[in-house]
Design a protein around this ligand. Sequence first.
Ligand SMILES: Nc1ncnc2c1ncn2[C@@H]1O[C@H](COP(=O)(O)OP(=O)(O)OP(=O)(O)O)[C@@H](O)[C@H]1O
Ligand SMILES: [Mg+2]
Length: 236
Amino acid sequence: MTKLNVVLDKRLSEKGVLFYHTINFDKSPHLMTVGASGSGKSYLNKLIAARCVLKIHNSKITILDFKADDYSFARGSSRLFEFNTVKLGLELAYQEFTDRLHGNHDRSFRLIVIEELGSMLAYYDKKESEAIKSMIGNMIFMGRALNFHLVLSTQRPDSNLFNAGVRDSISTIALGNLSKEGKKMLFSEFEEMTDEKHGQGSGFMLIGGAKLFSIKVPLIRNVKKLEDYIRIGLDR
Ligand SMILES: Nc1ncnc2c1ncn2[C@@H]1O[C@H](COP(=O)(O)OP(=O)(O)OP(=O)(O)O)[C@@H](O)[C@H]1O
Ligand SMILES: [Mg+2]
């Protein structure tokens, strides 16, 4: 079982009760974090990455940070890729994925965090960005059995990620207040609930397209420890 407790129930936390909404990677193997600039996506992504390393035996992470501003503490780690090396980072992770597909029996937990997917796709020309989308699509479809998991982070969700069949294997965490279009794209079935107002570090989590919760991202208490875990996961 690969489960992580990262985000808190918002309503209960306002009453002083700390109740986590579990992210279950076996049931819903991938995650998307969405929200405007400053809403707290990278803060949450770091928490998820560090918790994976802490809680999941021998888990390895790859981080692709096109903007190159959130992981300077990990520069020099072998699987941190910044700015124009992000495509190479994805290709290396994809190589491991296809190795597993073609007979490598390693099934240790692999997490690939893609920061700013929207800007990353926009940077590359059409052919290259199609290649990126196709690698991501294949990992989304076939990742579960191979224990490959994606965290896709973006200011604006890409409708390609909502093709038939994909939606159920991606849980979504939307932080801050979403635009009308964002709500429609992400949470169309939950219109009455999504009028609730949110700020930095709070929002909605939709699990496997079925259950919607109001959530709050907890405070990082020990930044140094978090950064240490992320570095370990990037190098082991
Ligand atoms: N849950 C939180 N609790 C406390 N502070 C937070 C939280 N989330 C974010 N912050 C603060 O807000 C700042 C901006 O958050 P973050 O960089 O995660 O936003 P972002 O959504 O990734 O923005 P961008 O799209 O510009 O990358 C962080 O540096 C941090 O100081
Ligand atoms: Mg960010």
